[in-house]
Ligand binder design. Sequence first.
Ligand SMILES: Nc1ncnc2c1ncn2[C@@H]1O[C@H](COP(=O)(O)OP(=O)(O)OP(=O)(O)O)[C@@H](O)[C@H]1O
Length: 260
Amino acid sequence: MSTHEHTPILQVNGLEVYYGAFQAVRNVSFEVKPGEIFGLLGPNGAGKTSTLSAIEGLIRFRSGHITVAGHDVRQKPLYARANMGVQLQSTSFQAELTITEIIRLYAGIYGVNMTAEQILAVLAEIQLADAAGKRYGQLSGGQQQRVSLVIATIHDPSLVLLDEPTTGLDPQSRRQLWERIEAIREKGHGVLLTTHSMEEAESVCDRIAIIDHGTIVAIDTPAELIQRHRHDPEVISASRKGRITLEDVFIGLTGRTIRS
Ligand SMILES: Nc1ncnc2c1ncn2[C@@H]1O[C@H](COP(=O)(O)OP(=O)(O)OP(=O)(O)O)[C@@H](O)[C@H]1O
């Protein structure tokens, strides 16, 4: 393996995010390696979106360092951004444009030249070739999610950031989306995602970090986390399936209280 393959695609060190006097992220550190799907899991309000927003350069952070493909997001924001793809919420797109127009628009923004045939080929890959002339607003939620993932990866970024990518999708759309996410991993790129589905995280993520009240409370492979915490009394009492799952470990580590 060359040195390049060892270099993390994303490095977050000692990240601290404040909103006024309120501290949302506390000394968060982790890295995403090439060819890795990394899941950031945590209850509502734990600090997942704040962490993603800091990486994306959408919010200022008080302290810490973040590098994307070796570029410091504060010192070299344009280089860092050129190396990342962010899945935007479906509401970010102009509903009256056709999906062909939207893909052409974003390809232009990212400086990627795409012929009409290439756009059709991309749409065929996500089973939307027949809908090429449809307005974005007429697509179903699952179809919109597929288009937004295509747009996030149009410039072949080395890091892809996905905030709850499968929320609201039916099993078929969910499966297809995971296949596309796994294809990004196969290329040796890195994926950082948030999800509330412990089942998905357990089956798809190579490593996960559990974050609670802005702090990382555990970080490892799903199998290793289950192994390490399987005898914790809180984990055993959370267990409902006769075997310990990632969800049991998650509830054991973050508690049963519902967050506001
Ligand atoms: N713009 C803001 N101003 C003030 N407080 C904020 C702001 N954005 C987030 N917060 C607070 O920061 C904390 C972390 O929020 P964040 O959205 O990062 O959590 P999350 O883990 O993504 O939650 P969820 O799973 O509900 O999306 C929460 O207490 C939230 O209320």
